[in-house]
Design a protein around this ligand. Sequence first.
Ligand SMILES: Nc1nc(=O)c2c([nH]1)NC[C@@H]1CN(c3ccc(C(=O)N[C@@H](CCC(=O)O)C(=O)O)cc3)C=[N+]21
Length: 299
Amino acid sequence: MSAAMIDGKAHAAALRAQVAAAGARFREELGRPAGLAVVLVGDDAASGVYVASKARATLEAGMESFTHRLPASATQAEVLELLASLNQNEAVDGILVQLPLPAQIDETAVIDAIHPDKDVDGFHVLNAGRLAIGQNGLVPCTPLGCLMLLRACRGSLAGLRAVVVGRSNIVGKPMARLLLAQDCTVTVAHSRTRDLQSVVHDADILVVAIGRPLSIPGAWIKPGATVIDVGINRIDDPTGSGKSRLVGDVDFDSAALVAGAITPVPGGVGPMTIAVLLRNTVVAARRRAGLSPDAMLSV
Ligand SMILES: Nc1nc(=O)c2c([nH]1)NC[C@@H]1CN(c3ccc(C(=O)N[C@@H](CCC(=O)O)C(=O)O)cc3)C=[N+]21
């Protein structure tokens, strides 16, 4: 292996310490903690575990955590009613609705019912628009976490060729906009891209978010490239032990032979996503209170 390992866990721990300090300053200035509300619809076990770990991280950062669970049979009107009350609630600075939602509920309608100033996921159309035209807003957690790792690894990204594989609203598109704002030359590749291999081979910076395990082999990667693997896929252990393991969208073992630096899965982008969620909550709290931005939380 020649690539440096980008330790997402360590970067996330450092960011969480900064967020805790900023959260404590907020609490001193305002006399109340910043608050994050998480809404979970349905009883999917994995989502339940994930929501519980977010609530724990929120408390560890010295913030207030509100968890709202609705049954899988909840109607759209019930979800919208809950969001209306959270929008009004002064103790709530950030609102996250865990996705995906049950089929009877319109995801876009739910996201757009969150007050944009409390939209710590950055999924609201107003925040997507702000990011697209370079205005201050709230930026989706996963791509912002990826950008932080890239900046820590490479410093200035100006002039570098960046390739984003995947065009989702939650990762690919906002990632491309963030990299463009850093003066990269950005290409967005996707399932209909012709000759993906040669597109990938051009990348100085490669961000992969397609949700298919082990899809990018090391042979496609430009020597020395920085590789950010957003995928988290659970697959059967190939040794036939009957257990499962987590792998990324990139074939880590072959990619690590040619990349300059690479994120592992687990322990790469995933931990950053949660740390940025907490960071976005303090940013939202300060803005809502009319306070100046906390320098420690700038990207
Ligand atoms: N509105 C909304 N916002 C989200 O941000 C959101 C969501 N819905 N729905 C579900 C996905 C999933 N997600 C993860 C974040 C961190 C890890 C993470 O930290 N993973 C660990 C591994 C965990 C394990 O071992 O299972 C790692 O990569 O090291 C995983 C998954 C955020 N999501």
